[in-house]
Ligand binder design. Structure first.
Ligand code: NAD
Length: 363
């Protein structure tokens, strides 16, 4: 299959490969669909085994962003940036300046933010050369993009608790959090405050130790956390972790977390979870808090308005779960249909390639 075949299959508008010889910054930026607005999606830096894996990530993640924005009712399209390499070796101001210039080449059709292995300092560096960076407006005390994502996941899981366990508190429940980075660590804080017993896994021992010290979490192996005897499994690291090998081993009754593209094959593995009686909170619905943060930052809306919107993920999932029961259709298919409907409606009035963000100031 060629890249053009994939773009046709998934419905992508544009994919850009960029390379900066001075800093070694190598990026793929994929724009999936800009019917609802300019494409917004974070930038991740991963030392991919090969370019095809990076490209697959960019294509799937950008498509997920389209549906995330559509279901959340945001005037945004879907995009994603994937930078290839070891961030600890490559991170520098010049490196993220190069990336910011790649972003500028879309002239507002793509807006970037944080994702795996990128952090606030990186965004600040990008924003020195590009006005198309979001996620910097609210102060650190108010919480950033990842904090908003964690708030949304926490409230979204409450909807799942009501549906599957007939309770709306985590008191006495066991929750397995896979990945305790920017989102996972904040999620652990909220779950701990609500009385959950935490089981955590990460490849970063320092982060694990913090969770043990702060919240009394138990540590398990990264390859075994999905199979741990818990009530809720919250994937907050890489995608593709709900698959033929992991689903039959799962004991949790609910799965929902920050990671994007959790279902390796949405049709097959969505159905397999349902067969095993496991409620799946669709990833791009439950993890939309970060996108809401990024979008509200562009609009200049207040932080309290933002938090109302993020906590509203609970009500959105309440509706999806109840519609799912009523219609006998799985939650991830209900949310896909909701997103698709918004996009098809908007396509009646929007030309492709016509949506670009106009920054309020000139750089
Ligand atoms: P992060 O890089 O801050 O944290 C990821 C954590 O996962 C790190 O601690 C890392 O060591 C750990 N990890 C990596 N591989 C692992 C493995 N195999 N097993 C266990 N742990 C592993 O990233 P983040 O910003 O917290 O994002 C986490 C996930 O949530 C990603 O899939 C990201 O795309 C998604 N997401 C993030 C946001 C956001 O606002 N940051 C929004 C939506 C979705």
């Amino acid at each position: 299959m060629t890249l053009m075949d994939d773009m046709h299959k998934f419905g992508h508008e544009q994919v850009l490969f960029s390379y900066d010889a001075v800093t070694g910054c190598r990026a793929i930026i994929a724009i999936h669909d800009t019917t609802l607005g300019p494409a917004l999606g974070g930038c991740r830096v991963i030392d991919y085994a090969d370019q095809s894996k990076a490209l697959k990530d960019a294509l799937l993640l950008s498509r997920g962003m389209t549906y995330k924005a559509a279901v959340a009712g945001l005037p945004l399209g879907g995009g994603k940036a994937v930078v290839m390499g070891d961030v600890n070796r490559l991170r520098s101001r010049a490196f993220f300046h190069a990336f910011g210039r790649f972003v500028n080449s879309f002239a507002g059709r793509y807006i970037t933010s944080v994702d795996m292995n990128t952090r606030y300092e990186d965004l600040r560096w990008m924003s020195e050369v590009s006005p198309y960076v979001s996620g910097l407006v609210y102060s650190a005390e108010q919480g950033g993009v990842s904090y908003a994502t964690a708030v949304g996941v926490y409230y979204g899981l409450k909807a799942a608790l009501k549906d599957r366990l007939s309770c709306d508190s985590f008191a006495g429940l066991r929750v397995a959090v896979q990945g305790v980075g920017s989102v996972g660590a904040s999620l652990c804080e909220f779950l701990h405050e609500d009385g959950a017993q935490l089981v955590v896994a990460d490849i970063n021992n320092e982060r694990l130790e913090t969770m043990v010290k702060k919240y009394g979490a138990s540590v398990v192996d990264t390859d075994a956390i999905h199979a741990h005897d818990v009530d809720v499994y919250a994937p907050c690291a890489r995608g593709g972790i709900l698959n033929d090998q992991t689903i039959p081993e799962m004991k949790a009754k609910i799965v929902g977390g920050a990671a994007n593209n959790q279902l390796e094959d949405p049709d097959r593995h969505g159905a397999l979870l349902a067969e095993r009686g496991i409620l799946y909170a669709p990833d791009y619905v439950i993890n939309a808090g970060g996108l809401m943060h990024a979008s509200y930052g562009l609009d200049g809306a207040s932080h309290s308005d933002l938090m109302v919107k993020v906590k509203g993920i609970e009500a959105t999932l309440d509706d999806i779960f109840s519609q799912s029961k009523k219609e006998g259709v799985l939650p991830h298919l209900i949310s896909y249909a909701i997103g698709k409907k918004h996009i098809l409606e908007a396509k009646k009035h929007t030309q492709p390639f016509s949506q670009a963000y106009k920054p309020p100031f000139k750089k």
